[in-house]
Design a protein around this ligand. Structure first.
Ligand code: HPA
Length: 272
């Protein structure tokens, strides 16, 4: 695995000269954030050695290199999901490459189902913590000591300082922000009504099909993580006609402008 990470990193360095410290991952329907980026170079996943290729509608599959708020960033437009059939190693591969490129900050967004009674569809939730319900951990197998320890700490998995800054930004810009625990599971089926209730009872505020594997890997390598979920549907009061992926995409893209404010101001404030 290390050889592949090094080869892909060398390829990207050569093509882009990237020397930034910030990676941004855009979830379902959130691709519009790229309008905030002064694009310098774009690489399709298909042309990057060892990179998997996305299959799901709403994820276009490219790495964008450029500037946001004057800082160099790499933006991952379209992420890899376990339900697409990738292994944990494949779907967390980009995070490892980012670290080797010199990235220290991993900012992510996702679409999620709300299971906190006070949440409304369209809300933004800063992720304070997660519950791994994938039934698997991406660090299972040989540990690469060069990348991180065998038993990484997950106490501050979603960096406290970045969360605090996000709430200050939200206040300054009159953006309503929630905070809560993200339950990550494989999908691709949405949850049954009983499952949504269960995840609420065990302490979750939102459920989704991504994020947890990448965040574990990012923490293994001591990256600082910040994550926001767009609440795209209400798990406790399921809409008439049931849950639909197209509704998820529609709501996520409507919430995009609020997310843009939080991300771009946060990037401005990050001291590197
Ligand atoms: N469940 C799981 N993943 C999701 C949901 C949901 O209700 N909404 C958006 N992503």
């Amino acid at each position: 695995m290390l050889g592949k990470i090094k080869a892909t990193t060398a390829f990207i360095k050569e093509k882009t000269g990237f020397d930034g410290k910030i990676a941004i991952v855009l979830g379902s329907g959130l691709g519009d954030f790229t309008r905030k980026v002064e694009v310098e170079t774009t690489l399709d996943y298909a042309e990057i050695p060892n990179f998997p290729v996305t299959t799901v509608e709403g994820h276009s599959g490219k790495l964008i290199f450029g500037k946001v708020s004057g800082k160099s960033v790499v933006v991952m437009q379209g992420r890899f999901h376990y339900y697409e059939g990738y292994s944990m190693e494949e779907l967390t591969f980009p995070v490892r490459v980012f670290k080797m490129l010199g990235v220290d900050y991993y900012l992510l967004s996702n679409a999620a189902g709300g299971i906190n009674v006070s949440f409304e569809v369209g809300d933004l939730m800063v992720i304070s913590d997660h519950i791994n319900f994938f039934g698997i951990n991406p660090l299972i197998g040989k540990n690469f000591d060069e990348l991180g320890p065998r038993f990484p700490d997950m106490t501050n998995a979603y960096n406290c300082e970045l969360r605090k800054q996000a709430f200050e930004i939200a206040k300054e810009n009159s953006v309503a922000l929630r905070e809560g625990v993200y339950v990550g599971l494989t999908g691709p089926s949405f949850e049954t009504p009983s499952e949504y209730r269960f995840f609420n009872i065990i302490g979750g505020d939102a459920v989704g099909m991504s994020t947890v594997p990448e965040v574990i890997v990012a923490n293994h390598m001591k990256m600082k993580v910040f994550g926001v979920s767009i609440i795209t549907n209400n798990g406790l009061e399921i809409a008439e006609g049931g849950n639909k992926h197209t509704d998820v995409l529609d709501v996520a893209s409507l919430a995009g402008p609020k997310l843009e404010v939080i991300f771009s101001r946060l990037i401005e404030k990050i001291q590197i």
